[in-house]
Design a protein around this ligand. Structure first.
Ligand code: SF4
Length: 448
C-alpha cells in the first residue's frame, strides 16, 4: 500500500528549506502522496528513506511507451476518474488489426489505408498509432514474414498478438528494436512470455479471465522485475468490459491498488461483427478508460469520428486550444494586401485562415492573444477591444509590411470601430463579415 502524507513526512529531513518548491516538508509530503510532486525535487532525502518512498512517488497508473521515434505511443499516467477534475493525460492508441491468414492484397490495402487515413484539424495531425499483427495461422514463419512486412511499410507502433510464446519470439526477432507490445501473457504462458519481455525490453500485455486473476498475474510479473504492463481483463461483452475498465481505473486511483495500476487494452473488434457498432463501442472506451483500442479495420467513416472524439476528450478543459499571437501570411501577400484581425482561439484561427485561403486573395491575418477565447467571448471579457487591439497593431510590425492603413475587424466587434480609429490614428477600420463563410465574397471586393 502507498504511504500517507504523514508517513512520508516522517521520512523527510524536516528542515523546511523550501528547495523543493514548497515552503515546508509537510507540504511536500502531501504533494508527494497526491502524486503532484516528484521525489527527486528534494535533494536531501537519505537513501534509506528514498527506497521507502519509491512506492509513494510512483504514479497510480504507470506510463507505458510502445514503439520508438516520433510515432511512439505513450499511454497511462492518468490521475483522475473524470476529465473535469483535471484532465486526461495520454490519448488511447488506436490499432488496426492485420492477421497472418489474410491474403497479400488485403494486407497491402490495409497498410496503404493505415498510411493514408490522417486528418489535419486545428493545426494537429490526427491519425491512428498502432497495427496489431495477430497470429491466426499458428505458423511462426508466416507470422514473422507479416511482422516484417508491417515493419517495412510503416513506422507505426506494433502489437504482436499470439498465445504461443514461440510465435511471439519469431515476431520479436524481426521487430524487437521497434519496442512492440507483446500480447499476451496468460496464466498458461506467463513465465515464457515474461522472459521474452525481459530479454527484449518490451512492454507486455496480460490477459486474464477475471480481475482477480489479472491482479495475481501482474503481481507475478512485477516480482519478476517487469514493470511495463498493459491490462486485458478478458471481458468481451460490452457491459463487462466497460465495468472492468471503470473498476480498474478506480482501483488504481482511489484504492491505490498497485496490481491494477497499469493502462488497459480493449478489443471492440472481438465484441461485434458490425463495423458501425464496433466504432460506437470504441467510442465508449475512448471516454472510459482504455489505453489501447483495437479495431478490426479502419475506414474513414469509422476512424475520423473516433479521432475527433479522442482529440476533444483529451483536450485540457482548463486551457482552450490557442494559436500563437502574430502575423500570419496567407497566399503570399504584398504591401497592398488586406489585413484582417481575429482572436487566437484555435478553431477560429483555422476557420478564418481556411476561408482566406479559399478566397485566393493573398492576405495578412493578425492573430491577437485572447487567452484562447473566441471573438465574441474575448470581446465580452474585454480582451478583444479597441484599447487592447490598438497597441497590438502598433507593435505587431504589420505597418512595415503594408502601404495602406486599412484593418478589417470581425463583424461581431463592429462596436469597437470608433474606439479603434482613436487608438490607431490614420487607420481606416473596416467592418468585416460576422461569419467566416462570408469572408471569400468580402475579400473579392477589397481595394487597398
Ligand atoms: Fe523539506 Fe526537502 Fe523540501 Fe527542503 S527540499 S523543504 S528538506 S522536502
Amino acid at each position: 500500500m502507498p504511504l500517507t502524507g504523514i508517513e512520508i513526512f516522517k521520512l523527510l529531513p524536516k528542515t523546511n528549506c523550501g528547495e523543493c518548491g514548497v515552503p515546508t516538508c509537510l507540504a511536500f509530503a502531501m504533494n508527494l502522496a497526491a502524486g503532484k510532486a516528484a521525489l527527486d525535487a528534494c535533494p536531501y532525502v537519505s537513501e534509506e528513506s528514498k527506497s521507502k518512498l519509491e512506492e509513494a512517488a510512483a504514479p497510480p497508473i504507470r506510463l507505458i511507451t510502445i514503439g520508438v521515434g516520433d510515432r511512439k505511443l505513450k499511454v497511462g499516467s492518468e490521475t483522475v476518474m473524470f476529465r473535469h477534475e483535471k484532465r486526461f493525460e495520454n490519448p488511447p492508441g488506436l490499432a488496426m488489426l492485420i492477421n497472418d491468414t489474410m491474403d497479400n492484397a488485403e494486407v497491402d490495402s490495409r497498410l496503404a489505408r493505415f498510411g493514408q487515413l490522417q486528418y489535419e484539424r486545428v493545426g494537429l495531425t490526427l491519425r491512428p498509432e498502432l497495427i496489431a499483427v495477430r497470429d491466426d495461422s499458428g505458423d511462426a514463419t508466416k507470422f514473422e514474414a507479416l511482422v516484417n512486412k508491417v515493419k517495412q511499410n510503416s513506422d507505426c507502433g506494433i502489437i504482436l498478438m499470439s498465445s504461443n510464446p514461440d510465435i511471439l519470439a519469431a515476431g520479436l526477432k524481426t521487430c524487437a528494436d521497434q519496442k512492440p507490445l507483446i500480447y499476451a501473457a496468460t496464466k498458461d504462458n506467463l513465465d515464457r512470455v515474461a522472459d521474452l519481455a525481459k530479454e527484449n525490453a518490451c512492454p507486455v500485455a496480460v490477459k486474464a479471465s477475471s480481475l482477480e486473476e489479472l491482479a495475481q498475474l501482474t503481481t507475478k510479473l512485477t516480482e519478476a522485475g517487469i514493470q511495463d504492463i498493459v491490462l486485458d481483463s478478458g471481458a468481451r461483452t460490452v457491459r463487462q468490459a466497460f465495468e472492468d475498465q471503470v473498476i480498474i481505473r478506480s482501483s488504481a486511483l482511489n484504492k491505490k491498488f498497485r496490481p491494477l495500476g497499469f493502462p488497459t487494452i480493449a478489443f471492440p473488434c472481438e465484441m461485434t461483427d458490425d463495423p458501425m457498432k464496433e466504432a460506437v463501442i470504441a467510442s465508449l472506451f475512448i471516454a472510459k478508460y482504455a489505453g489501447i483500442i483495437v479495431l478490426s479495420d479502419f475506414r474513414g467513416e469509422n476512424l475520423f469520428p473516433l479521432l475527433m472524439e479522442r482529440m476533444n476528450i483529451y483536450t485540457d478543459p482548463q486551457r482552450p486550444l490557442a494559436t500563437t499571437e502574430g502575423i500570419y501570411e496567407i497566399g503570399g501577400p504584398d504591401e497592398n494586401s488586406p489585413v484582417l484581425i481575429t482572436s487566437n482561439f484555435s478553431l477560429t484561427y483555422f476557420i478564418i485562415s481556411g476561408e482566406i485561403e479559399t478566397s485566393k486573395i493573398p492576405s495578412y491575418l493578425l492573430v491577437k492573444d485572447t487567452e484562447g477565447l473566441s471573438v465574441m467571448t474575448s470581446w465580452a471579457a474585454g480582451k478583444f477591444v479597441a484599447d487592447t487591439i490598438g497597441p497590438f497593431i502598433t507593435k505587431s510590425g504589420i505597418m512595415d509590411k503594408i502601404k495602406h492603413r486599412k484593418l478589417v475587424i470581425p463583424g461581431y466587434i463592429a462596436a469597437e470601430s470608433g474606439g479603434l480609429e482613436e487608438e490607431l490614428p490614420g487607420w481606416e477600420i473596416l467592418i468585416g463579415p460576422r461569419e467566416g463563410a462570408h469572408i471569400p465574397a468580402y475579400l473579392k471586393t477589397w481595394k487597398p
